[in-house]
Ligand binder design. Structure first.
Ligand code: ADP
Length: 469
């Protein structure tokens, strides 16, 4: 067993509480050594031709896919999601490596006509320097892939601290990158004391960029630390997505979309819909049908064949969902299905039933905070304007969804939503080729495609007067 300066920590399977691994509990001393190593090596990686860096990323994408089964098992074991979903996450992670490799041409110089005789402009895209990534437990592989792939593509060395709950996916990814030819000093993954590691990195002055995915509260705290050394940040913080269903929506499509978007990872995703705003003319039909479908989902450990709803990550998560349900019911919500945990024999009481609550309103906790569990709270609305106003009343703005029968009206509603990603009659908008990120309390910066790559470069403008006659 590897030990860090602060000892070791167990990684638990949330479905069973079985200890699946023990990992080093690193602290400030390991954080500093990793930073020293990355800082010294970074110029060499930046000087490596982009095509060569892209080769490492393409090989990584291929190896991630080749190891889909074993990586999916690691994800399911440490974060609990159904194995089929974990396999989807593996593919999605691989896509970030291919996408970063494909976009590497965006780093090419841009030539400017300055309209001044004898002087021309060149705009260079330089690696920002050593980067830090801090990632959450709900997509332990993909959230790291999203950061590591563009950072390495841009020529940055990457320091990474995965969530306490899920370090194993991160170590598995690091191993693959090394096997695919990444110089070891380009990437350092440390498990351990989040605060000590982050403080060491962010207050040092040599880390030039932080990419963080996690809660808004932690994001704020890290931003304060980053202010000291003017560290550039990308912040993918909490979400509170609205799922708007217009009067002319295809109810079948809306029900399917709601199930897909809401129950992925048992509702523990930052883009999962938290507020269902359904036109009053179809609200009762949608409610009845989504509840019938939700009640049929199979609740079981993620490793079990056919599992659709795995465990929540820990007991605190269960308590939060319970409190949101209790609050909604106390304020006049009507429980249509679920509402409690399902006790599976010999397993921790952590499997929350898919839950549908009607008669919800914006005064309820589930309408003001991210529930992060399998709950569909439904509010009936009388107009598109009301739906848009309620959706935009949240200080969060990561994702949103609009389901309706006309391309022009759904698009018009989508464009009025204050969020970074909108699915229009589409429940799975995330794509490694597209920009992902939020506005307001959901943060800033984008991940994916060329937008993600540009987060890891600084722009240098050269005004070149040639002395050649
Ligand atoms: P969640 O509620 O989803 O666990 P957090 O924001 O607490 O979200 O965690 C996301 C990531 O931030 C994890 O890797 C966690 O270890 C890290 N983290 C939490 N608190 C701190 C902190 N004070 N300093 C640095 N990192 C932190």
């Amino acid at each position: 067993m590897e030990i860090g300066s602060q000892g070791a920590m167990d990684v638990l399977d949330p479905a069973s509480d079985t200890v699946i691994a023990s990992v080093p509990m690193c602290g400030a001393s390991e954080a500093l050594s990793a930073l020293n190593s990355a800082f010294e090596f970074q110029p060499q990686w930046e000087a490596t031709p982009p095509a060569q860096r892209a080769d490492v990323l393409r090989a990584t994408a291929a190896m991630v896919v080749a190891r889909k089964d074993s990586l999916a098992r690691i994800i399911t074991q440490e974060c609990g999601k159904p194995l089929a979903e974990a396999a989807g996450e593996v593919q999605y992670s691989a896509d970030y490596f291919s996408s970063a490799a494909n976009e590497i041409h965006a780093l090419n110089d841009t030539h400017l006509d300055l309209q001044r005789p004898g002087v021309r402009g060149v705009v260079r895209h330089r690696a920002v320097g050593v980067c830090a990534a801090i990632t959450p437990w709900n997509f332990p592989l993909a959230m790291l892939a999203r950061k590591v792939a563009p950072a390495l593509a841009a020529g940055c060395a990457q320091l990474a601290k995965p969530a306490e709950e899920t370090p194993l996916s991160a170590f598995a990814l690091a191993e693959i990158l090394l096997e695919c030819g990444l110089p070891p000093r380009c990437l350092h993954v440390l498990s351990g004391d989040a605060k000590a590691i982050a403080t060491t990195w962010l207050m040092d002055g040599r880390v030039r960029k932080l990419s963080f995915t996690g809660s808004t509260d932690t994001g704020r705290l890290l931003l304060r630390q980053c202010a000291q050394e003017i560290v550039r940040c990308s912040m993918e913080l909490g979400g509170h997505a609205a799922f708007i269903i217009l009067a002319d929506a295809d109810i079948d499509l809306a029900v399917k979309g709601a199930l897909q978007a809401k129950f992925r990872n048992a509702g523990q995703t930052c883009i999962c819909p938290n507020r269902f705003l359904v036109h009053e003319s179809i609200a009762s039909e949608f409610t009845a049908r989504v509840a019938v479908a939700a009640a049929q989902l199979k609740i079981a450990p993620g490793m079990e064949a056919g599992s659709q709803i795995g465990p929540l990550i820990h007991d605190a998560a269960v308590e939060k969902v319970r409190s949101h349900v209790a609050d909604a019911l106390a304020r006049g919500g009507k429980l249509i299905c679920g509402g409690q945990t399902k006790q599976l024999p010999d397993l921790p009481d952590r499997f929350f039933e898919p839950t549908v609550i009607a008669n919800c309103d914006p005064s309820m906790l589930c309408f003001t905070q991210e529930t992060f569990g399998p709950v569909i709270p439904i509010m009936s609305v009388t107009s598109q304007k009301e739906a848009i106003d309620v959706a935009n009343s949240s200080p969060f703005g990561l994702a949103g969804y609009v389901f309706g029968g006309s391309d022009s009206s759904t698009r018009s509603v989508a464009q009025q939503l204050q969020c970074g990603v909108v699915g229009v009659n589409e429940a799975a908008p995330s794509n490694a080729r597209a920009p992902f990120g939020g506005v307001k309390y959901s943060g800033y910066g984008r991940e994916g495609g060329a937008w993600g790559l540009m987060e890891y470069v600084t722009t240098q403008y050269l005004a070149l007067r040639s002395l050649d006659k």
